[in-house]
Design a binder for this molecule. Structure first.
Ligand SMILES: C[S@@+](CC[C@H](N)C(=O)[O-])C[C@H]1O[C@@H](n2cnc3c(N)ncnc32)[C@H](O)[C@@H]1O
Length: 269
C-alpha cells in the first residue's frame, strides 16, 4: 500500500542539478511506482515493448533491428521500470539487463518475473565494463529526467560494443510549450519551447521531489552528436485509430494534431 504524500508539492520552474534531480526522481518513482504500474501496467503489457503512449510496439517498429536478429544479443534497458521491454527482448532470445534508479520499480519487475538481471543504478554512472552490450534501449527511462543527458549518452556509448545501437524515447520536445492536459486546453501554447528551465515539484522546504528537464529537438541532436553517436533516425509516432487510451497529457485528441513522443535511433561506430 502506498503512503499518501505528506505534503502537496509545489510546481516551479527553476534550476536543478544532476544530484538533486537524481535524488528527487528516485524518491518520486519509489513513492509512485505502485500507482504507475496499476494505472499503466495493462496498457504496457507484462511482456510487450511499447515505446510510448501512442502504443508503437517494437515488434512492428523494429527500431533495434529485425526481431530475429535479437537472439543472443546482450541488451541494456535503461530506466526499465517493471522491465516490460526487457521481458519482450528475453522472449526474442536476447540477453537483457534491466536497469532503473528506483528500487520500487524494480520490485515490480521482480513481481512480474523474468530470468534476467535487474540492476539499481543511475543512468549517469552505469556499473558495467566498456563494450558489454550489443544494444541499448530506453522507453521514456532516464533521458527526460536527467540534468546532463550528454553524460548519460556517453555512458551508454561506453558500454556498447562498436556497431552497437541505442534507441531511446522521450516526450516530444514540442510538448514543452503546451499545458500537459489531454483536452483542448492542452492545444494552446502557454510557454516558450525555447525555455530550458527545468520543471520542478518541490516540498515545503524547497527541496525538489520531482524534476523534468527539457531539451529542444536541436539540443537532442547536438547531445547525441557530442556524445559520439551517429543519429540514424528520428521517429515521431502518429496516434493510431485503435488507441483510445489517455495517458496523462497524451490523448487521441492531441495525438491526432501534435507529436507526443520522439524516438532517437543512434549508432556507435
Ligand atoms: C516513465 S518510466 C518508464 C519506465 C518504462 N520504460 C515504462 O515504459 O514504463 C521512467 C523510469 O525511468 C527511471 N529513471 C528516472 N531517472 C533515472 C535515472 N537517472 N537513471 C535510471 N533510471 C531513471 C524511473 O525510475 C522510471 O522507472
Amino acid at each position: 500500500m502506498q503512503e499518501p504524500e505528506p505534503f502537496e508539492p509545489e510546481a516551479a520552474r527553476r534550476a536543478a542539478g544532476g544530484a538533486e534531480s537524481s535524488r528527487a526522481n528516485r524518491g518520486w518513482w519509489d513513492r509512485n511506482a505502485d500507482e504507475y504500474q496499476t494505472e499503466h501496467g495493462a496498457f504496457l503489457g507484462d511482456d510487450r515493448f511499447v515505446w510510448g503512449p501512442e502504443g508503437l510496439d517494437e515488434a512492428e517498429a523494429e527500431l533495434l533491428g529485425p526481431s530475429e536478429d535479437l537472439t543472443g544479443r546482450d541488451v541494456l534497458e535503461i530506466g526499465a521500470g517493471a522491465a516490460q521491454c526487457a521481458r519482450w527482448l528475453a522472449a526474442q532470445g536476447a540477453r537483457p539487463v534491466a536497469l532503473d534508479l528506483s528500487h520500487r520499480q524494480l520490485q515490480h519487475a521482480l513481481r512480474i518475473g523474468g530470468a534476467f538481471p535487474l540492476v539499481q543504478a543511475d543512468a549517469g554512472a552505469l556499473p558495467f565494463r566498456d563494450a558489454s552490450f550489443d544494444l541499448a534501449c530506453s522507453a521514456y527511462g532516464a533521458l527526460p529526467f536527467v540534468a546532463d543527458p550528454v553524460l548519460v549518452l556517453r555512458e551508454v556509448r561506453r558500454v556498447l560494443r562498436p556497431g552497437g545501437r541505442f534507441v531511446f524515447s522521450v516526450t516530444h520536445p514540442v510538448r514543452w510549450a503546451f499545458p500537459d492536459e489531454p483536452g483542448s486546453e492542452g492545444l494552446s501554447v502557454s510557454g516558450s519551447y525555447f525555455d530550458r528551465t527545468p520543471y520542478v515539484e518541490q516540498d515545503e522546504r524547497g527541496r525538489a521531489v520531482y524534476v523534468e528537464h527539457h531539451r529542444t529537438l536541436g539540443d537532442r541532436v547536438r547531445d547525441i552528436v557530442a556524445s559520439g553517436f551517429r543519429l540514424v533516425d528520428l521517429v515521431e509516432p502518429e496516434w493510431p485509430a485503435w488507441n483510445t487510451t489517455e495517458w496523462g497529457g497524451w490523448s487521441p485528441l492531441r495525438g491526432s494534431l501534435i507529436p507526443g513522443t520522439a524516438i532517437f535511433v543512434c549508432e556507435r561506430d
